[in-house]
Design a binder for this molecule. Structure first.
Ligand code: PXG
Length: 459
């Protein structure tokens, strides 16, 4: 397949026919799409045969790394046995049932039920439909506003993009939809100057209480947040933040939703991000590492509070997708979870990989371009700044991040840039020597970017 055309032919066909997510098509046509042709372990290989350390686990999903034969075998076996059947109208398939039971086992105890979807965005749509349905069944249909956060990311469907707080997404196509509100995020580097982390965490959490009072508590259905904001730039809340959010949700009786699409399945060193921060969510959206990204599958864990109401009323919940509980995706997800358990991957993150990565990553703060190096679990971010003291950002924001990302790729490392924040989220199975390689390549990339900026008179 990959050898049947030259790289130039692939790029020409790509430019002619393929509309890419979140990409400027003219830019792709001018530069040629970056073609990845195969992968092994934590490494990608491009069409020129260059080896890249995948510091982003694909798109925050390839927890087990590439080339896991067991996952391919699980798909092959299930495709031969039963490639598709639906879970509508009182039907089910064994892999979907097994996966539901396994998820009930590994998630916090309030979760005994799951609703399957094909992606994280569909999980978010499902969260909205579930929360509103819950309050309808509870006799409070006016409780329909869901509160999210600016710079949160919850996907790209109309509901996901609305609930997310990416303002540039809201500028396209009449977003956000009605019944959504946003509060400011716990982004200390940008917003917390002059406050201790503890003070800042409490202040940002109390914005939720202010918003609830402003809207009227009787109108608020739920609050949703990523334990650590991923796409927004690995925004790590102070330790005081989540306990205060939990207190506020409890006080006003509103549902707490933890969007675990990135943090779920070991990323923070716990199975779920809510366990890292000690919250007790009523709903949890998930996708990505549920199957290590090998096949598309997502879902919502439904806590007893919501499940009991939904089930007790004995009415149909008019929601679902053709691929809810797809048997092949479920079989692969199940095998993925079994490997995570068998190989103690979450404990490896908690006890070995995360402490080692965080120790090494924090050294990057010594680089003259880096205003902050932060991280938790196997997530890391670098804030690129023009000057550390006094703090000055680059203007316009985002250009230096993009340049740094391109340099990283030249240096054999995939990092992602959000504005001028460089991000990593490597596969959970990364070893210490691979972490050394990642950090050395990041350092070399920063040096190269720094030298270029001086050469170009931007520093
Ligand atoms: N919630 C969160 C927290 C996510 O990170 C979604 C929902 C939506 O999932 P789907 O499967 O519909 O994409 C996501 C997705 C980026 C990037 O650039 C992040 C995501 C997707 C694409 C790009 O960091 N996260």
């Amino acid at each position: 397949m990959t050898s049947s055309r030259t790289k130039a032919e692939w790029q020409a066909l790509d430019a002619a026919h393929f509309l890419h997510p979140f990409s400027d098509s003219q830019q792709i046509a001018a530069r040629g799409t970056r073609l990845i042709t195969r992968a092994e372990g934590i490494y990608l290989f491009d069409a020129d045969g260059h080896r890249l350390l995948d510091g982003m686990s694909g798109l925050w999903c390839v927890a087990l790394g590439y080339g896991r034969r067991e996952l391919a075998d699980a798909a092959f076996r299930q495709m031969n046995e039963l490639p598709y059947y639906n879970s509508f109208f009182q039907c089910a398939t064994p892999p979907a049932i097994e996966l539901a039971a396994k998820l009930a086992e590994i998630t916090p105890p309030q979760f005994q039920h799951v609703f399957f979807t094909g992606s994280g965005s569909e999980a978010i749509d499902t969260v909205i439909r579930l929360t509103r349905r819950y309050w309808e069944l509870e006799g409070q249909p006016e409780r329909n506003v869901i509160i999210g956060r600016w710079n949160g990311y919850h996907g790209s469907t109309i509901a996901g993009a609305s609930l997310g707080g990416m303002k540039y997404m809201h500028t396209q196509g009449l977003l956000p939809m009605p019944g959504i509100a946003h509060i400011e995020q716990p982004y200390a580097f940008e917003l917390g100057q002059g406050q201790t982390p503890a003070e800042f965490g409490l202040a940002q959490a109390r914005l939720l209480e202010q918003k609830i009072l402003e809207l009227g508590p009787e109108r608020v259905a739920a609050f949703i947040g990523e334990p650590v904001q991923g796409a927004g730039g690995v925004i790590i809340p102070p330790e005081t933040y989540w306990p205060e959010i939990q207190r506020i949700c409890d006080r006003y009786g509103i549902l707490l939703v933890s969007d675990e699409v990135i943090c779920g399945f070991g990323r923070t060193g716990q199975w779920f991000g809510c366990e890292h921060y000690g919250t007790r969510p009523d709903l949890m959206s998930m996708a990505k590492a549920l199957s290590s990204g090998y096949l598309p599958i997502g879902g919502v864990m439904v806590g007893d509070r919501v499940a009991n109401t939904l089930i007790a009323k004995g009415e149909e919940f008019a929601h679902g997708f053709t691929y809810s509980g797809h048997p092949v995706c479920s079989a692969v997800a199940l095998e993925n979870l079994r490997i995570l358990e068998r190989e103690n991957v979450v404990a490896h993150v908690r006890d070995v990989a995360a402490p080692y990565l965080q120790g090494r990553w924090s050294q990057l703060a010594d680089h003259p371009l880096v205003g902050e190096a932060r991280g938790v679990g196997l997530l890391g971010a670098l804030e690129l700044v023009r000057s550390k003291h006094p703090r000055q950002w680059f203007e316009p924001r985002g250009k230096v991040g993009e340049r740094c990302r391109d340099n990283a790729i030249q240096n054999g490392l995939v990092m992602r840039a959000t504005r001028d924040t460089m991000i990593i989220a490597p596969p959970l199975v990364i070893t210490r020597s691979e972490i050394d390689e990642l950090v050395e390549k990041a350092w070399r990339t920063l040096d190269q970017t720094h030298a270029e900026l001086r050469r170009d008179g931007l520093l």
